[in-house]
Every structure is written in C-alpha cells, then in structure tokens.
Design a protein around this ligand. Structure first.
Ligand SMILES: [Zn+2]
Length: 465
C-alpha cells in the first residue's frame, strides 16, 4: 500500500510501527460553531481511510480530538451570552449528530482538550526543563530556534520566514516565530492553575499531548486539512520530536481545499454552507459520493448541481439492488474469477494513495453488471454482493435493509396514489368534467408522471429526469 506523505512529498510504501496495526490521528473540530461542508470533507476522507484499513484487516486505533478551549469559544460564549461550557456542550452534541447523519463511524477516541490539562502542563514543564520553552509574563513559548528541523513539514526555513515575515512583533517573545504553549488567562476567562499562574494550553500543545498519550510517541498517520500543515502540524512536530528525540509521526496526510463555485468559501462572501443545511436537502450518500469522486488531495469545487447528480448516481445503486430483489436472496453466491478480478482492481486503486474516484467507478462497474439482463441471475447476484461489499468500504449502504424496504414501501404507495388519481379522472371524464380530468393529467405531468390513454384503460409511467 502506498500513501502520499506530505513530509517527503512522495508516495511511500506504508509500513506500520506495529505490524497489523494502524494508529491514526485527525485534527478534529474546535467546537464553537456548526461544522461546514469543507470540514465535512476532512471527516469523510479519514472515515474512508479508516474503513479501508479495517477492510484490509488492520487493527485500527483512530483518534480525533475535540478542541473545547480556545479564543473562538470564549468569543462565542460572549456572543451567545452563555458560558463556555454551554457553548462547547451545544456544539459537541451538534458535531456528533452531524457526524452520525453523514454516516461517519465514530472514532475510537474523541478526547477533549479540557480532560488533558494536567498532562499538558507536565508536557510543557518538560519542554521548559530541557530549554526548548521559556516563560514570559505568564505565557510559555516554544523557542523554535532550539529545534533544528523547524519547517521540515511545510518546507519553510526559519531564515526564509524571517525575510518575508509579516508576523507582528511581540515584545514578550524572543523570536516572532516562537509559538504559545501556555496562555496566561485574562480576567473572566476559563483558566487552570499552573506553575506559570492561571491560564490555559495552546492549541498546538493540545494535539501533540493527546495523540502521544493515546497512540504512543511515534505513531503511523497524522491527518488534517492542508491548511493545518503550517503552523499547526509544524509546531506539533517541533514539540513531539524535541521531547522524544525521534520522529513523532511517520506519515502526514492532508486533504485538499473545498471551493464554492470556484471561490473560496467565506461567511463574508455569502457562500458559506453548513453540513447540516446541506443534509436537509441531500442525502449523506450523495454528499459522500460527491467528495469521493475526487482524489482527497485535489481541490474540490462544490456546487449543488454536482450534488444533485451525485444523488441520482447513488439512487441508481439502490435501483440495481431493487431490480434484482437483493434482500430476498437467502444465500449470496460465491465470487467467480470475474468478480475476484474486479475486487482486486478496487484494492489496487485504493492501495495507490486511496484513489477513491477510481474505486467508486469500480463499484459502478459492478452495478452495471447487476443490471445486465444477459447474465444469469446468480452471476448478477454475485456482482450485487461485490457492489455492496466494496460500497460499504467506501461508507455507503448503511442500514441497507431498511433503505431497500423503504424504497419498496414508497414505490408501492406512490403507485396506489397514482392509480387512485387515474380512477378519479375516469369519473370526471364520465361526467364530462374535462377541466378536472385535464387538471389531474397536467398536475401529474408536472411531477414527471405521464398518463397514456389506451383502449385497455389508462397507463402511466415515470419519465426519466
Ligand atoms: Zn491538531
């Protein structure tokens, strides 16, 4: 299996620290708001990566932190006129709810920063003791010049940074690039007692302490959006490697940006979409299809037309299963050589830095064979089995049984409603009430249900959209 490593800027063979195990960490949300569609991409990408490792029989430990203490949370608590605890409780539960609605599997651990304050203080203390950090007016900073390899992830050299520096000078710091490990509390802010007075940890320290605690001081995969490469992940490396003296993480994975119709998403530009609003209109699987149809490292352009197309594509998968009456097969057939080959192709493309776009295409190839009436039914059913197996690796088909049954009930009810309207129309025609008879026909046509009068009676069909 090959994975693109941001650190080396190339695809590398994946060799886990412990054979058969994968330890991965993804930078989770700061809970001061509902999450937006750009955040959803990161969550879905890492959900699929985790599922694929599990499919390959790795024992996965997946950690995704929740930042529940931060300047933005304090600002939000002032804006909403509620305590910071109420802000975080509200947005943590919204986050978990939206994750579930997106069919994202719960990570194995979702540590809260506030549960780790003591360990963070001890960690900062160790950095201070070894001379990598210093206290200044109640704040503690990391001295970047003490870490020789600073900038190795982002490819930024300290001396280049200095030339182009637009970072504001801060008299408390020795160097403008030194970053905060511990922040002195202003009056009224949430604060914890520490050797440097009352304060709270900095964000870069939160992630490095929680990941090391749960995954060890060198673990396999650390991920996040590519906006986190610098300074967040760079700063995590500086701390983790200063303490351990050896690599903090072996593979750095970063997903690409999301644009809205070619523009950067921003609240001020008015093109800002929350995941929960999109979920009101479109299914979780349509959103998943949309994201997976692009490679995770590529930028992706969001527009509703593509989501609508994605929704139709997913619907087709369900129709294929319905056509073949998938649920009523008591025993699914074994794969033949043809299905085994298609399955291997799926593995090959996923092994190539998680090429979900090509993996999705393979799921649809299987779906095409499910609908292929030239094949015997057992062959079509074997393709259906493959389509479901591979689709599930990509996170589709949650609650498949209920969904297929719902489709059945819904179609049956729709059919009897249409039949009912047709019978009313017959009555109107008998009474020569053409106005109402036409109205029924036209209103049905408006929702793409076409009536056709034949000598045997009225037939109807659903027109293709
Ligand atoms: Zn982080």
């Amino acid at each position: 299996m090959k994975i693109y490593n941001t650190m080396t800027r190339k695809k590398e063979e994946f060799i886990p620290v412990e054979p058969g195990k994968v330890k991965m960490y993804d930078c989770g949300p700061t809970v001061y708001n509902y999450f937006h569609i750009g955040n959803a991409r990161n969550l879905l990408v890492f959900d699929v990566i985790r599922r694929y490792f599990e499919f390959q029989d790795f024992q996965v430990t997946y950690v995704q932190n929740i930042t529940d203490i931060d300047d933005k949370i304090i600002a939000q608590s002032i804006a909403e006129g509620i305590s910071t605890e109420d802000v975080t409780a509200k947005y943590i539960s919204a986050f978990l709810e939206d994750m579930d609605k997106l069919d994202i599997k719960k990570p194995d651990f979702q540590p809260l920063a506030t549960q780790y304050i003591e360990k963070m203080i001890a960690f900062i203390q160790s950095l201070e003791d070894m001379g990598a950090a210093y206290e200044s007016a109640g704040d503690v900073y990391f001295a970047v010049e003490k870490f020789e390899n600073y900038g190795k992830l982002s490819g930024r050299k300290l001396k280049d940074l200095k030339v182009g520096a637009r970072i504001e000078e801060n008299e408390q710091k020795n160097s403008p690039f030194d970053f905060t490990l511990w922040k002195n509390a202003k009056p009224g802010e949430p604060a914890w007692q520490s050797p440097w007075g009352k304060g709270r940890p900095g964000w870069h320290t939160e992630c490095v302490v929680m990941s090391r605690d749960l995954l060890g001081d060198t673990f396999d995969i650390h991920g996040g959006g590519n906006d986190l490469v610098f300074p967040h992940h760079e700063n995590e490396i500086a701390q983790g490697e200063s303490i351990a003296g050896h690599p903090y993480v072996n593979y750095w994975l970063h997903n690409g940006f999301l644009n809205i119709e070619g523009e950067k998403m921003s609240k001020s530009a008015g093109n800002f979409f929350l995941a929960r609003d999109i979920l009101q209109k479109y299914s979780a699987e349509a959103i998943r299809y949309f994201f997976l149809s692009k490679h995770y490292r590529s930028p992706i352009d969001f527009n509703e037309e593509i989501i609508i197309q994605s929704q139709a594509a997913v619907k087709n998968l369900y129709h294929s299963l319905k056509d073949i009456d998938y649920l009523n097969f008591s025993e699914l057939p074994q794969y033949s050589a043809l299905q085994m080959e298609l399955r291997q192709q799926f593995i090959n493309v996923m092994d190539d830095d998680f090429n979900t776009a090509r993996a999705l295409a393979i799921v649809f190839e299987a779906a095409k064979e499910v609908r292929n009436k030239n094949l015997v039914i057992s062959e079509r059913m074997a393709y259906a089995r493959l389509m479901v197996e591979l689709g599930e690796v990509l996170g589709f088909f949650r609650n498949l049984k209920e969904k297929l049954t719902d489709v059945d009930n819904f179609s049956a009810k729709t059919a009897s409603l249409v039949e009912m309207l047709i019978s009313y129309r017959q009555e109107f025609k008998k009474d020569k009430n053409w106005q109402w008879a036409d109205r029924i026909r036209n209103d049905l046509a408006a929702i793409k249900i076409k009536l056709k009068d034949t000598p045997q009676g009225t037939e109807w069909e659903i027109e293709d959209e």
